[in-house]
Structures are given as structure tokens and as C-alpha cells.
Design a binder for this molecule. Structure first.
Ligand SMILES: *[C@@H]1O[C@H](CO)[C@@H](O)[C@H](O)[C@H]1NC(C)=O
Ligand SMILES: *[C@@H]1O[C@H](CO)[C@@H](O)[C@H](O)[C@H]1NC(C)=O
Ligand SMILES: *[C@@H]1O[C@H](CO)[C@@H](O)[C@H](O)[C@H]1NC(C)=O
Ligand SMILES: *[C@@H]1O[C@H](CO)[C@@H](O)[C@H](O)[C@H]1NC(C)=O
Ligand SMILES: *[C@@H]1O[C@H](CO)[C@@H](O)[C@H](O)[C@H]1NC(C)=O
Ligand SMILES: *[C@@H]1O[C@H](CO)[C@@H](O)[C@H](O)[C@H]1NC(C)=O
Ligand SMILES: *[C@@H]1O[C@H](CO)[C@@H](O)[C@H](O)[C@H]1NC(C)=O
Length: 532
């Protein structure tokens, strides 16, 4: 799960307008070609063509596929990824690292080990990455927990007074002139981190400390790219408020800090496995990210998603499918969903129009979990996706409901690799057990765990390892993936056709209409097709 700049009021911080324009242009330029080759035929729900298959495999079925998903295989995969991370000195799997290279090799070898069922491609991608960082902060002679921000600048200072910034530092006049030559202390919220430290820097602050607005650990996040802003560090809400109160009461508190990060260009790969059989014009696409942040091995985030889809990919290789099924393990998700965005950027509008559904799995075994399904119909958060995002959500809901398990809509905010697919108008769905959000009382009553704490206390930390995976959601979520794969790989009946590409560049923050004529539940017409 990618960092979010929680200071923003909107959940998605990419330049949506630019991307929308791009998609519109792509759509218009290729719309005629697509019409000429029979767009409607591509996406029709007519009897599937049977593609030649040299192996006489049985057609995929729900129950047998779901029943081949076992926790021990998921845990073996998670352990393999941890071993890959821990075999390196950095003990992580960040984009461009040895640990990530090992992960890519592992995924490729595992898929190729299944024989000729899948074609495996490595898509190269280069971008900047933070490979290591060191942070220290003390005030009044006491050391505090702190963290750096992605793309934060290096800085060291000694014995400089901390100065309170009024409100949340979003307006230039919130910053007192007395920050000049000193360190600004600012609360998180209401505007971007960049805006806050720009305002502080403009008044001559040497550095800035931002404290959290939730009891969710030290404030941290991304500045979005290389910049020339003053260095900054994060503090917890409690520490920040306590310091601010003392300063407010007239105490002079001096601080010292060291923030240092090594940013470099790094190259890594998306791993893309495509079934050689099944209809290439009606593709079911699953993705998870293969990289971690630099601070830890990333075993829930997103080893769990990676292992979930890898285990399903292995199980599927024993069956024939009517749809072509594609799996991708994206790189550089933690740098801003870049691997997936690169894939979407380099795909033609025609290829994207053949993806009936993209499913994303990022963090499906959070220790303080809830069972979340992307809110594709917008019924919980009023952020919906293209038609079909709702239908896939209901199919997942039905899987859990059949097991008497309660699920909640997960905010459909584009904060993982499905973001670029949504931007391109592809229907999306997926599962989520929570990252740095806070578990509610209601959820704790249902799932156990601790209300008022984050879903994954180890989010983006060194402790995100195998020891801290929650086993129950890991297994049940992987089985839910198998259920949805078995259903759509068999038939798209009841699933809406793709909209023409030029009508799909609708900003996804807007509520998309419900798929016309699709009732909310048991809508997929697929249950009748399942032969147990
Ligand atoms: C911080 O310092 C390291 C090591 O000197 C350097 O490689 C890196 O580029 C610096 N970071 C920035 C953002 O300038
Ligand atoms: C897991 O995969 C999801 C989906 O791509 C991604 O958002 C998340 O960041 C990944 N987490 C880790 C640890 O790789
Ligand atoms: C994708 O394309 C957009 C628009 O041209 C561009 O801004 C963005 O940087 C590209 N992303 C990647 C990962 O190449
Ligand atoms: C679900 O709950 C219902 C009613 O409480 C019960 O009849 C049914 O057996 C339960 N099903 C499962 C799979 O636990
Ligand atoms: C996993 O993380 C926990 C918590 O940080 C740590 O105690 C444990 O040693 C780690 N496991 C390994 C194999 O290093
Ligand atoms: C784009 O979609 C609109 C309807 O939303 C339609 O009127 C128009 O003809 C389409 N343009 C192209 C180039 O297909
Ligand atoms: C949902 O979003 C739409 C479009 O952004 C907005 O017009 C509408 O008021 C929102 N509804 C609710 C209940 O927030």
C-alpha cells in the first residue's frame, strides 16, 4: 500500500486531470480502429469461443479451485519472500534492491515451473527510489521517535529552538516570523506536507517537524518527488502536542535533528504471466505489488497479495479457462504505483479495452484486520468505479456471506496499483485488510483485535514480516480470489460489457452510474453455472 499524504482532503494525489486528458486522447485516436475490429463483439457475453488447447484440462470450477488454496502454501510463499529479503544486508525488497531482484526471479521461476501454461514477461522500469535512510530527533535533551518522509531532503541541525506554527500551517500567515533560523513545529492535516514546509521555509525556517493528527504512529508520507524544500521529520501526535503545549506555555525547547536518505535511480521489473489459453479479447487480470518499502521486508504489504495471487495462479494451471487470465506482480508500487502506471501507459487503448476486470490485492493478512472489499459501487464512500466494479464487489460479498463472514466496503481511493487501471476506465475490484487506518469498535466486536489501533501496526516497518501475518484473513481472502477467478475465467455472464474507451475517462472520484439493469445481489448469473 502506497503512502498517502493524509494532509490532503482528497485521497488520491496524482495529477488526475493530466491522466484523464491522456486517456481521452488515447481513446479518441484508437476508437475508430476498435470500432472497425468489432468492439461489441470483443466484449459480448455470447457463448465463449473455445480456444485451441493442446492440453485436455478440465474447465475451471469454483469449488475444486477454492479447495486447492491452502494456508501452508501461502505461508511457504510468504516465508520464501521473507528469506529473500533477510538474505540481503538491507533486509527489504524495495524497488531496485537485491531483495526485489530476488523476488522477481522467484516469481518468474515459480510461474515458469508450471510448464507452458503461462507466458511470462518481464517489463523493465526505471525510477528514483529511496534506498536507505537514517533519522534522529531530540528536543530538550530527550530523543523522540521519528521518521523521514519520502523525497525529504537531507539535513542536520543542532540546538535550534522549536517554534509553534499556528493552525495547521497551511497559510503563510500561520507561520510566525520567529521561525527564521529555527525549526517549525506543525500539525498534520488540511493541506499537503509540501504546502506546510513551503510556508515555513519561506519565513526562513531551517527545518520542520510535522506531528500526526491521529494516534497512528509517527507522521510519515511522501512529498511526491524530488524538491528543494527544507528538511523535515515526523513525530507522533502525542509527542507533537506535548511539545507544542510546553512551547505555548513559554518554555524554550531546543532541538537537534539528522535526516538523511539515499535516493538513486533504480531499475526493476514488472512480472506479467498470461495464460496461453482462453479468450484474449476478454481478459481477467489480477495484480499485486512485488516490492516493499526500504524499512522492512513487506510481507503483509504486499507479500500477502503477491502470494495470494501466486497461489491462485499455480492452482489455476490445472484447468482450462474460457477467459484469458493474466497475473501481474508490479514493481515500484511504494514509489507511487509506478510499475502499474508504466504498464497502463505503455498499453494501447485497444489492449486496455480487452480487460474486462482488474483485481488488486494489497495487504490481505493485516494483523489487526477487518475483511474489506473495494467499495466498487460507492455505497459506503461515494467513490465508485466503472460499471462492473460493483458486480465484482457483490461476487466477493456473496463468497463471504455464504460463510457467514461480515465484510465492509474498503475505500476505493486508488491508493494501490488499481489506480492507473481505474484512470483508464477498467472495472476494478479487490480485497483489503487495512493498512494505517484505525480499527473501529464495531470491527473489533466482529473480528476481534484492538479497536483504536491501526489495522497493521507494522505498516511500512521492519516488523512487517511472516511472524506478524494474520492467518485467518490470509487464507480466506486467497480462497475468495480463487472463487472470483473460477467464476469469471469460466463465464462473464451477468458482467457488463466494457464501455467504449472514449467514454471511460471519467474522473473516478465521481460516482459512476450503477451498471444498468444489474440488481445489487446475486446478480452475476454465475451460480447456476457452477457444477459441484
Ligand atoms: C542525501 O545524502 C546522500 C548521501 O550523501 C545523497 O546520496 C543523497 O542524494 C542526498 N539526498 C538528497 C535528497 O539530496
Ligand atoms: C501488495 O499488493 C498491493 C496491490 O498491488 C499493493 O497495493 C501493496 O502495496 C502491496 N504490498 C506489498 C507489501 O507489496
Ligand atoms: C504515465 O503517463 C503520464 C502522462 O503522460 C505521465 O505523467 C506519468 O509520469 C507516466 N507514468 C509513468 C510511470 O511512466
Ligand atoms: C450461517 O448462519 C446460519 C444462521 O445462523 C446457519 O444456519 C448456517 O449454518 C451458517 N453457515 C455457515 C457456513 O456457518
Ligand atoms: C519479525 O519481526 C519481529 C518484530 O520486529 C521480530 O521480533 C522478529 O525477529 C522478526 N523475524 C525475523 C525472522 O527476523
Ligand atoms: C465518444 O462517446 C460519445 C458518447 O459518450 C459519442 O457521442 C461519441 O461519438 C464518441 N466518440 C468517438 C470518437 O467514438
Ligand atoms: C457523491 O458524489 C457526488 C459526485 O461527486 C456528489 O454530487 C454527491 O453529493 C455525493 N453524495 C454524497 C452522499 O456524498
Amino acid at each position: 500500500m502506497h503512502w498517502i499524504d493524509r494532509s490532503r482532503s482528497l485521497p488520491w494525489n496524482r495529477s488526475l486531470s493530466t491522466r484523464s486528458v491522456l486517456v481521452v486522447m488515447k481513446g479518441i485516436s484508437s476508437a475508430m480502429a476498435i470500432t472497425a475490429t468489432g468492439m461489441l463483439a470483443l466484449n459480448s457475453n455470447a457463448e465463449p469461443v473455445h480456444y485451441p488447447s493442446k492440453c485436455k484440462l478440465p474447465l475451471v470450477k469454483d469449488k475444486p479451485l477454492v479447495n486447492t488454496i491452502h494456508l501452508k502454501d501461502l505461508m511457504k510463499c510468504a516465508q520464501d519472500l521473507e528469506d529473500i529479503a533477510y538474505a540481503t544486508t538491507a533486509r527489504n525488497r524495495v524497488h531496485g534492491s537485491e531483495g526485489h531482484k530476488g523476488t522477481v526471479q522467484y516469481l518468474k521461476d515459480t510461474i515458469e515451473g508450471l510448464g507452458d501454461y503461462y507466458k511470462v514477461e518481464l517489463q523493465e522500469f526505471t525510477t528514483e527510489v529511496t534506498l536507505a535512510s537514517a533519522n534522529e530527533f531530540s528536543a530538550g535533551g530527550v530523543a523522540f521517535d521519528t521518521d523521514s518522509f519520502e523525497f525529504g531532503n537531507n539535513g542536520t541541525w543542532t540546538d535550534l529552538p522549536l517554534v509553534n506554527v499556528a493552525n495547521l500551517g497551511c497559510e503563510p500567515e500561520d507561520v510566525p516570523d520567529s521561525v527564521a533560523g529555527n525549526v517549525a513545529l506543525i500539525g498534520r492535516g488540511d493541506c499537503t506536507f509540501v504546502q506546510k514546509i513551503e510556508n515555513a521555509g519561506a519565513k526562513g525556517a531551517v527545518a520542520a517537524m510535522i506531528y500526526n493528527n491521529l494516534d497512528a504512529g509517527v507522521a510519515a508520507g511522501t512529498l511526491g518527488g524530488v524538491n528543494d524544500l527544507i528538511p523535515l521529520g515526523g513525530l507522533t501526535r502525542a509527542d507533537g502536542l506535548a511539545l507544542a503545549e510546553r512551547i505555548e506555555a513559554g518554555e524554550m525547547i531546543t532541538s537537534s535533528g539528522t535526516y538523511w536518505a539515499y535516493v538513486t535511480q533504480a531499475t526493476s521489473h514488472n512480472v506479467i504471466a498470461t495464460s496461453k489459453y482462453g479468450d484474449p479479447d476478454n481478459v481477467l487480470f489480477l495484480g499485486a505489488h512485488s516490492d516493499s518499502v526500504d524499512k522492512g521486508p513487506g510481507i503483509n504489504d504486499n507479500g500477502s497479495g503477491s502470494c495470494g495471487i501466486l497461489t491462485v495462479a499455480k492452482a489455476l494451471a490445472k484447468y482450462r479457462t474460457n477467459a484469458q487470465v493474466k497475473f501481474a506482480w508490479w514493481t515500484a508500487e511504494e514509489e507511487g504505483l509506478l510499475g502499474a502506471e508504466h504498464f497502463v501507459n505503455t498499453s494501447t487503448a485497444e489492449d486496455l479495452s480487452k480487460i474486462r476486470l482488474y483485481l488488486n490485492f494489497d495487504m490481505i493478512a493485516s494483523p489487526n484486520y477487518y475483511l474489506g472489499i473495494y467499495d466498487g459501487d460507492g455505497s459506503r464512500y461515494n467513490l465508485s468505479g466503472p460499471p462492473g466494479s460493483d458486480v465484482a464487489e457483490y461476487l466477493f460479498e456473496d463468497f463471504f456471506a455464504a460463510r457467514n463472514l461480515t465484510t465492509f466496503g474498503a475505500e476505493f481511493n486508488g491508493r494501490s496499483d488499481y489506480g492507473p487501471f481505474l484512470d483508464a476506465g477498467v472495472p476494478c475490484s479487490g480485497l483489503d485488510t487495512g493498512a494505517d487506518g484505525i480499527k473501529t469498535e464495531e470491527e473489533a466486536a466482529i473480528y476481534g483485535g484492538i479497536a483504536g489501533e491501526t489495522y497493521d501496526q507494522n505498516y511500512h516497518s521492519a516488523a512487517d514480516n511472516v511472524t506478524n501475518l494474520a492467518l485467518f484473513p490470509f487464507e480466506i481472502n486467497a480462497k475468495a480470489i480463487a472463487h472470483v477467478v473460477a467464476t469469471y475465467a469460466r463465464s462473464w455472464e451477468g458482467f457488463p460489457a466494457r464501455l467504449p474507451p472514449n467514454s471511460t475517462a471519467v474522473a473516478r472520484r465521481h460516482l459512476h452510474p450503477r451498471s444498468s439493469g444489474v440488481p445489487k445481489r446475486h446478480s452475476c448469473g454465475v451460480n447456476e453455472l457452477l457444477e459441484y
